[in-house]
Design a protein around this ligand. Structure first.
Ligand SMILES: Cc1cc2nc3c(=O)[nH]c(=O)nc-3n(C[C@H](O)[C@H](O)[C@H](O)COP(=O)(O)OP(=O)(O)OC[C@H]3O[C@@H](n4cnc5c(N)ncnc54)[C@H](O)[C@@H]3O)c2cc1C
Length: 435
């Protein structure tokens, strides 16, 4: 029986180092190189970013999500949560620590399903943080429901020929390679008829038709692309995993991705809460500080309560993953995905409100928190779809009862108690006597 909320002193030391390092060394990159996280390093950025990455490596903290077989420390999900919640504070921190999405998820599926040749070709660069990757699944006609996907890969001799259009393929404009989900067998349901392909970004026929940016992003950011795969010819060795297993690979990728987003969201929300509290204590209006106004106190208390529940949920999910495996934590991972979006939206909105008009300007990172919450309600599948899946999963454990009288209906319970103990008591009252 071990339910322990403490952190080993040696690991706490690492966390203290990460906290100071992110605040002192990494957060300044946000204003030095805004929106450049996913751009290949130019000379200026490399001079600063490479030595920071080296410090992380020297401390044994590079790519903390990976097991030792891939050059990580094998920290496990709980320790990773404690690290990632700090890294979430800054958009640059995941880059400096080698944990940025979508590359982490893409590296995981390559490590798990890739052939030795595929790993050699793509994985090393990804793990060293030297190249970026893209995951291309959503289509212009819909992302939530894979049954509408029409991008097809058709056998032609030993090759596959890929045709179709994909939308919102993040970082396609800077990626060295793209992981594409395409229908290979249209005669079976898409969950059994789709496959996954690894495509070098410069392959003939891979045409980026447009790149769209989220509101508030900078024009040089990598953005989210509409890609036309126009007769892209791929060798058989381009397939990742088995034909028809695209969705199994996808599920493996998204489960990890969702929990990593949730871990980082704790840090994003904590930063917004810190800003809200500082501002509340610093700003005076109508005779007192904002921190003295009960409505603002409610903002802070509600935000802390939401964040605490969320953080404990993520840590508990991580503990389940460590102790029972990702499959056993499916429902909890779904909860983390749903809560991450909610928590960022509600705390982000309150933090903006407390900062007044300034909260809406680009001088503060708060609209990013709010929009980040909205984006997390869509990326990796919309909240509604996750709620549907979660409810289905939960409902499996319940049986239908008598449609007229539920089992908790008092008359029903009295009859049951009568049947069990009636021979030993003189009377079972329908309504318990008042105390
Ligand atoms: C920041 C960001 C990054 C992304 N990166 C990538 C990427 O790298 N690669 C990629 O392939 N895709 C990416 N996406 C796309 C994302 O996966 C899709 O946006 C998502 O799957 C929803 O698809 P859609 O946008 O086409 O919305 P639609 O499928 O048109 O759905 C619209 C809305 O319908 C509602 N809805 C859907 N299903 C249900 C349901 N069952 N019950 C009730 N309501 C429902 C939801 O409110 C949903 O938002 C990204 C999205 C964002 C925001």
């Amino acid at each position: 029986m071990a339910w322990d909320f403490s952190t080993e002193p040696e690991f706490e030391e690492k966390l203290t180092w990460i906290r100071d390092f992110v605040r002192e060394e990494v957060e300044p990159l946000e204003v030095l190189f805004p929106g450049c996280e996913f751009l290949p390093l130019d000379e200026d950025r490399r001079k600063i970013v490479d030595p920071l990455k080296q410090q992380v490596r020297d401390r044994g903290l590079w790519a903390p999500h990976l097991g030792p077989e891939l050059g990580g420390q094998g920290f496990g999900a709980v320790k990773l949560t404690l690290i990632n919640e700090i890294l979430g504070r800054s958009g640059w921190a995941p880059i400096v620590f080698g944990t940025q999405a979508p590359d982490t998820g893409n590296a995981e599926i390559l490590a798990r399903f890739g052939t030795p040749e595929q790993k050699e070709r793509y994985l090393d660069g990804l793990l060293s943080g030297e190249i970026f990757s893209c995951f291309s699944m959503t289509e212009p006609q819909g992302g939530s429901d894979p049954r509408v996907f029409t991008t097809r890969a058709v056998r032609d001799g030993d090759d596959w020929v890929l045709n179709g259009r994909k939308y919102f393929s993040s970082n396609a404009s800077v990626a060295s390679f793209i992981i594409v989900v395409a229908v290979t067998d249209p005669d079976v349901p898409v969950h059994r008829g789709a496959s996954t392909f690894l495509i070098p970004a410069d392959t003939p026929g891979v045409n980026i038709e447009a790149t769209h940016h989220l509101v508030g992003s900078l024009p040089h950011e990598a953005g989210h692309s509409l890609i036309h795969y126009d007769n892209v010819r791929l060798p058989a060795s381009a397939m990742l995993g088995e034909p028809g297993h695209g969705f199994q690979i996808l599920q493996a990728r998204l489960a990890g991705g969702r929990i990593h987003h949730a871990m980082r969201s704790i840090g994003v929300a904590q930063r917004a809460l810190d800003m809200m509290a500082h501002r509340a204590k610093s700003r005076f209006t109508q005779g007192s500080s904002l921190a003295d106004k009960q409505l603002v106190q409610a903002f802070i208390a509600d935000s802390y309560a939401e964040l605490l529940q969320f953080r404990l949920t993520v840590l508990h999910t991580a503990w389940l993953i460590d102790t029972a495996g990702e499959h056993a934590a499916r429902a909890e991972i779904g909860v983390c995905k749903i809560l991450a979006s909610q928590v960022l939206k509600s705390i982000g909105l309150r933090a903006i409100q407390v900062h007044g008009a300034m909260g809406l300007t680009q001088q503060l990172p708060l609209t990013n928190v709010l929009l980040g919450g909205v984006a997390l309600g869509l990326a990796d599948g919309p909240t509604e779809a996750h709620k549907v899946n979660l409810a289905r999963m939960l409902l499996k454990d319940y049986e239908a009862e008598d449609p007229e009288w539920p089992s908790e209906f008092l008359d029903v319970r009295v009859a049951a108690a009568q049947a069990k103990y009636g021979d030993r008591v003189s009377q079972i009252p329908l309504v318990p006597p008042a105390p």
